[in-house]
Design a protein around this ligand. Structure first.
Ligand code: KG4
Ligand code: ZN
Length: 336
């Protein structure tokens, strides 16, 4: 079976052709057309522009991903995300399904896609070992989700205000770094001292599994206001240390409390090397039996191969939506 993934939830137009061989996912082609050069002029994603650019790019990107293959199913992101962006992918899937005589569509959740991104690539494991504790960290989400099986999700904790990626992007903006700020902060952090500034570790020791990052963002803002000649590399390194301390501490504790057999780290912020290494090291120390699943770097940020992988499991159960009934849902939460 070949599955075509389509992803247009934010500012990347993506399509991928994925199959399985010998029980592991094979990504035949994964194509991503990024809009960052346009949105960085405005310091963030402008929804109307994103929708228009998706409309320009969607057919060429799908054509490149398909090559000469007619897929057996289409997995498309239906939410969560920007509605002006989502509808472009959903309408493309609808049109293709209709034109191809009813090729089935899997209506796929973007966050579920990030979870399954850990099964992509040559070095990836072939399966998720359950129960799994998943930390999803992206521009719009920061969540701890317990997974007891495919499609079986329980929300353990989430951010009460800003998402981690949003916090990286906003902290970067006050330092004059371009959108998206996450990669720029982590690069600059390599030259700074991680203990130079004592930024807060919000909710690190709270007795729940929720997060809060708005206060940390404000601390960076105030620190720079009060110390205009501050060394930005030190600010970046100290900020990255504070974020990592909170995320690692809570994830390890959640994995212990729920007897997780594996821990998943995914979403755009999982591209952060310091976080990847910090979580891995803490788990080796505290929970040596626990498997750690972190996507290959190329699959950390938004892509369509992860949507195809998540859709694959639904396709096994014939969990399809007819082309005439599919809709985008910008507020679709994987778990509530
Ligand atoms: O998952 P994603 O591509 O899009 C959403 O679904 O939001 O995540 C994008 C987010 C942005 O906030 C970006 O700054 C952040 O991921 N990000 C990083 C890094 N690379 C991307 N944050 C920290 N360190 C990185 N290396
Ligand atoms: Zn994402």
């Amino acid at each position: 079976m070949y599955i075509l993934g389509i992803e247009t939830s934010c500012d990347d137009t993506a399509a991928a052709l994925v199959t399985q061989r010998g029980g592991r996912f094979v990504v035949e082609r994964s194509c991503v057309s990024s809009q960052i050069d346009i949105h960085k002029i405005y310091g963030g994603v402008v929804p109307e522009i994103a929708g228009r650019k998706h409309a320009d790019s969607i057919i060429p990107v799908i054509r490149e991903a398909l090559g000469n293959t007619r897929p057996d199913a289409i997995a498309v992101t239906a939410g969560p995300g920007l509605v002006t962006s989502l509808v472009v992918g959903v309408e493309a899937a609808r049109a293709l399904s209709y034109a191809w005589g009813g090729v089935p569509i899997v209506r796929t959740n973007h966050i579920e896609g990030h979870i399954y991104s850990t099964l992509l690539g040559d070095t990836a494991p072939t399966e998720i070992i359950f129960p799994a504790m998943a930390l999803i960290v992206s521009g719009g989400h920061t969540e701890l989700i317990l997974m007891r099986g495919h499609g079986d999700y329980t929300l353990i904790g989430r951010t009460r205000d800003d998402a981690v990626g949003e916090c990286f992007d906003k902290a970067a903006k006050v330092m004059g770094l371009e959108y998206p700020g996450g990669p720029k902060i982590s690069k600059l952090a390599l030259e700074g001292k991680r203990d130079a500034i004592a930024f807060p570790r919000p909710m690190k020791t709270s007795d729940d599994f929720d997060f809060s990052f708005a206060g940390l963002k404000t601390s960076v803002l105030y620190y720079l206001r009060d110390n205009p000649t501050a060394n930005h590399a030190d600010v970046c390194a100290s900020f990255e240390q504070a974020v990592t301390d909170v995320l690692v501490a809570k994830t390890v504790r959640a994995a212990q409390e729920y007897n997780a057999a594996s821990v998943i780290l995914s979403g755009g912020v999982s591209a952060n090397r310091y976080l990847r290494e910090g979580l891995r090291a803490a788990l080796v120390r505290e929970l040596p039996e626990c498997a750690v699943l972190i996507p290959e770097l190329q699959y950390t940020t938004d892509n369509a191969a992860m949507i195809a992988a998540a859709g694959w499991f639904h396709a096994q159960n014939k969990d399809y939506t007819p082309w005439s009934a599919i809709t985008a849902d910008p507020a679709w939460e994987l778990v509530n």
